[in-house]
Design a protein around this ligand. Structure first.
Ligand code: AHR
Length: 493
């Protein structure tokens, strides 16, 4: 048996959890929109064509924010194609995913859906093939009360969309309209200024690097923020993780890589702040993150042109779900600077929710740690410094077998913890002497005898969290046993 311990103290504050940390992402890609959230004719569809079985699961997942409409898709998108009478909307060739985009869902339909499921929209503008004009027109369409050409086309109350992304992954050569850091920095700065002239209350996200291993990582953020520091509020981060070969230990440790990535971007933003003598801090919008088996995807260049193709519909195992839970621990640990995060994506496309056209909707294994963290990880994050056994991994170097964070919320204290050992349970000892009024502890774990177990349409509840034996809580000390390869939530009240 392994042993690990840490102390939780209310004075070790990291910061408040911004609920936007639990956001997600709907891209016009594969079956995320069509047959995912929208399927007129589906038995559960409402009068607007939105699947209510999916909507129910989105509410249960607890995401408060959804980024839209892409992703790579946005860099070739004309938002005007998706407004007005549906029978007049053009079908376009989407080059990002070599798909036929029918434009039956556009910004108006998305806003109807967002309102009905209770999520805040985060809108991305096209800085690939388009620029200042299309972006400022879209802000006018969405946020101006009326009396102008674009706002009058909307009808009804303004949407008041607060959060806007200045393009998507503009550092990536795969992006339509890919730019150098200097080209993007100028365009982002000028577009941001024009968008704010339309609506001064909006918040803006500049593109950071598409991932940590981009050759321009670091210098990209430096150039973009040096140019656009005053015009933007956040810099974006994107990261996808997967198991390579049979190296499960490295995969289970990838949250350590996410920690390093966040620390590096925060340092770069703070360096630009110091050099430019800026007062405000630029925070992080981690607006794409997840497990994605990119090695199983042959790449968009090899796709036949199709309408609503099945693209990157990864099926997540218990192991993947434990990693997703651990990545959320990393995001929480950085709650002082990571204010927005979007799990990519929401439905069917590398998603916690799966649907069949005309059929059922169900929860993937990864749904569970996300839903539980989004529900109970609210309040103030408290830093913990575990004493834990360590092991060596090929990709992440030496890592502790225990990773954990604590959140003090309105209904008590919650500890989220992962045991990265594939073989051994771990006894966790927590010093809680600073909390004098705790009397009950409840332990929920996601673990399985088969680390490859998955949920399917036929067995949608094969992987679910289970209540464990109540941990011992005695004299200000908590003792719990974390199963091998597990994600855990211990609720203390
Ligand atoms: O989420 C899938 C794709 O991953 C997005 O379109 C893109 O932004 C990223 O590379």
């Amino acid at each position: 048996m392994l042993n690990a311990s840490f102390t939780v103290d209310p004075s070790f504050r990291v910061g408040e959890v911004d609920p936007r940390l639990y956001g997600s992402f709907v891209e016009h890609m594969g079956r995320c929109v069509y047959t995912g959230i929208y399927e007129p004719g589906h038995p559960s569809a409402d009068a607007d064509g939105f699947r209510q079985d999916t909507a129910e699961l989105v509410r249960e997942l607890g995401v408060p924010l959804v980024r839209y409409p892409g992703g790579n898709f946005v860099s070739g998108y004309n938002w005007e194609d998706g407004i007005g009478p549906r029978d007049l909307r053009p079908s376009r060739l989407d080059l990002a995913w070599r798909s036929v985009e029918t434009n039956q869902v556009g910004v108006q339909e998305f806003m109807t859906w967002a309102k009905s499921v209770g999520v805040e929209p985060m809108m991305a503008v096209n800085l690939g093939t388009r620029g200042i004009d299309a972006a400022r027109d879209l802000v006018e369409f969405c946020n101006v009360r009326g009396g102008t050409a674009w706002s009058d086309k909307r009808g009804g109350d303004p949407y008041g969309i607060k959060l806007w992304c200045l393009g998507n992954e503009m550092d990536g050569p795969w992006q339509i309209g890919h730019k150098t850091a200097e080209e993007y920095a100028r365009l982002a700065n000028e577009t941001a200024k024009a968008m704010r002239q339309v609506d001064p209350t909006i918040e803006l996200v500049a593109c950071g690097s598409s991932h940590l291993n981009m050759p321009t990582f670091g210098s990209w953020e430096n150039t973009v923020l040096t140019e656009a520091y005053d015009a933007v509020d956040y810099v974006s981060m994107h990261a996808y993780y997967q198991q390579h070969g049979d190296d499960r230990d490295s995969f289970l440790a990838c949250a350590a890589g996410m920690d390093r990535f966040i620390d590096a971007v925060v340092s770069t933003a703070d360096h630009v702040r110091a050099v430019g003598r800026h007062k405000k801090k630029i925070n992080i919008s981690f607006d794409e993150w997840n497990v994605w088996y990119q090695s199983r995807f042959a790449g968009e260049k090899n796709l036949d042109i199709e309408q609503t193709p099945r693209l990157i519909e990864d099926v997540y195992s218990v192991t993947d779900a434990v990693v997703v839970g651990n990545l959320l621990i990393s995001l929480l640990r950085h709650a002082d600077r990571v204010k927005i995060a979007c799990l990519a994506q929401l439905v069917n496309v590398i998603a916690p929710i799966m649907t069949e056209p005309g059929g059922a909707a169900w929860r993937q294994a990864s749904f569970h740690p996300i839903a539980l963290t989004a529900r109970f990880g609210r309040g103030t994050v408290l830093r913990v410094e575990p004493r834990s056994p360590v092991h060596e991994t090929a990709e992440q170097g030496e890592v502790p077998l225990l990773d954990a964070v604590a959140v003090q919320g309105p209904s008590g204290l919650v500890v989220f913890a992962v045991n990265r050992s594939q073989t051994s349970p771990l006894t966790l000892d927590v010093d809680l002497r600073a909390f004098t009024d705790l009397s009950s502890a409840k332990h929920t774990a996601l673990a399985d005898d088969d680390p490859d177990a998955i949920n399917t349409i036929g067995a949608p509840d094969r992987v679910t969290p289970h209540r464990r034996e109540d941990p011992k809580l005695d004299g200000g000390r908590l003792q719990a046993v974390l199963p091998p390869l597990s994600w855990n939530m211990i609720q203390l009240s």
